[in-house]
Write a new protein. Structure first.
Ligand code: IFG
Length: 471
């Protein structure tokens, strides 16, 4: 019971009370708990019964916990009970239960748990390199194991537009036709995308789609000549390196706003979650006054669709954004006046300091893949900070959560995605979920070493960081 990642709020191991699964073991649940029971049953290869009589019993009971994602797990020799106020809480408890299970034995004892931050996310850059629905589902499975609950998909950039927009079909068919290095490419039809969103939702993971504008737009500009200021479409960009921030939508042309309205309407219709991410990073090719006018017209479009806006922290340079707008900080400073004043006016923020959670940074010098413009970032660097106190003028209550971006310029395959994401995402998960009182590097490093065999069993190509004594 002492190897759970992320560390729970309260754990009382009782080894003598371990539960042994037999062929007769069933898991029971009622109502909205049944899909969670089915997820657990599939993982343990047992069956589900409706009701309350299973040797493993999942119960929805608001009185059991105080946090919407909280749960209480009791493992005894005869019975395992898991109670939560919501299916998300039950699902979190199931992830803990699965980590207590090995070889048909569930370690005995009690766990009471709830998350510290609401948003515990990972971002996957689908644009620089495209990943199939099957690969993203594998990624989602691994996020769920660590109670991460947001998947931010970077769907558009200079190198690729990855989602079908029915009113502008060439965005996907032309804009999605290649990727970094040329060749490859691909895109999600709206049915593919709905399938992904539903798969993530069944694992209590919310998808945040990013349509990066007005910069990082070569794939869109290559798809429609009229989107370009001079009416001439460039080729889709297949380069990488420090070549970012060179493109811009024609923010002075009316057609750009029809384009934005159509795109945002179709993406919002595919998004059950609260947020659409508008990027707004590195708009070096957009005149500042035009950029402000662009945001002034586009932010209300998102509100009119009933959604809230997320954006890289440059979005704070916009005229009076709605208080619901969440800036995602990707800098390396521990103070930023714009962030502090956003918090002062009531906005919450998302923290992604590049030198702590940019998972496209090399673990150590000399690696074939990854960048190092924010320095090398090994597991201890990801673990070694506190989102609750990281930024001046940003108290814990203003921190919606943390998110680890994985940019894919240098990632040649999905195996590279797993090598950069794991084990560092386990550290992100602990920072996002566990109480600060449970923060302890030696404990985490020991638990991570103990977790390694589970990644081996799942066939995950995790990086054997030199900082961890892998088994
Ligand atoms: N910064 C760019 C990304 C990507 C990254 C690679 C942001 C918000 C460098 N923008 O990070 O598109 O190129 O490390």
């Amino acid at each position: 019971m002492d190897a759970i990642i992320p560390a729970p709020v309260y754990v009382k191991p009782v080894p003598a009370e371990s539960f042994t699964l037999t062929s007769a073991t069933v898991v029971s649940a009622t109502g909205a708990g049944v899909p969670v029971a089915e997820h657990l049953a599939a993982q343990l290869d047992i069956s589900v019964v409706e009701g309350t009589g299973g040797a493993i019993a999942l119960t929805l009971d608001e009185a059991a916990v105080t946090h919407p994602e909280g749960y209480r797990l009791c493992v005894g020799k005869e019975r395992v009970t898991l109670a939560a106020g919501t299916p998300a809480g039950l699902f979190a408890g199931v992830q803990t239960l699965l980590q207590l299970h090995s070889d048909r034995v569930i370690a005995g004892g009690e766990v009471r748990d709830e998350p510290r931050f609401a948003h515990r996310g990972a971002m996957l850059d689908m644009s620089r390199h495209f990943y199939t629905v099957a690969e993203v589902k594998r990624f989602v499975d691994q996020l769920a194991r660590f109670k991460l609950n947001v998947l931010h998909l970077h769907l558009t950039d200079d190198q690729g537009w990855r989602i079908e927009i029915r009113s502008w079909p060439r965005l996907a068919t032309v804009g999605g036709g290649t990727q970094v290095g040329g060749g490859g490419g691909g895109y999600y039809t709206q049915d593919d995308y709905r399938d992904l969103v539903a798969y993530a939702a069944a694992r209590h993971i919310t998808v945040v789609p990013e349509i990066d504008v007005p910069g990082h737009t070569t794939a869109a500009l290559a798809s429609y000549p009229e989107l370009n200021a001079d009416g001439v479409a460039p080729a889709v960009f297949t380069g990488r390196g420090d070549a970012t921030g060179f493109s811009s939508l024609a923010t002075g042309k009316e057609v750009t706003y029809r384009f934005m309205g159509d795109v945002l309407r179709e993406v919002a219709a595919l998004t059950p979650g609260e947020y659409l991410h508008l990027g707004t990073d590195e708009t070096h090719a957009t005149p500042e006054d035009e950029r402000l006018r662009f945001l002034d017209r586009v932010l209300p479009m998102v509100a009119d669709l009933g959604k809230s806006v997320m954006g890289w922290h440059e979005i704070l340079r916009s005229p009076d954004p709605p208080v619901s707008t969440v800036p995602q900080y990707w800098g390396r400073a521990s103070s930023d006046p714009a962030m502090a004043s956003a918090v002062a006016r009531g906005q919450r923020v998302l923290l992604s300091p590049a030198h702590r959670v940019y998972l496209d940074m090399k673990y150590e010098p000399g690696m074939e893949i990854g960048y190092d413009w924010a320095g090398c970032v090994d597991v201890a660097d990801v673990y070694g900070w506190d989102p609750g106190t990281y930024m001046e003028g940003v108290p814990e209550a203003a921190v919606l959560g943390i998110e680890a971006p994985l940019w894919s310029e240098t990632l040649r395959s999905y195996a590279d995605v797993e090598a950069m994401a794991f084990p560092r995402l386990a550290a992100v998960a602990e920072l996002g979920w566990s109480p600060r009182s449970a923060h302890d590097w030696d404990s985490f490093a020991r638990r991570l070493a103990a977790y390694g065999p589970r990644w081996d069993a799942d066939g995950v190509n995790y990086h054997r960081s030199a900082q961890i004594r892998w088994r």
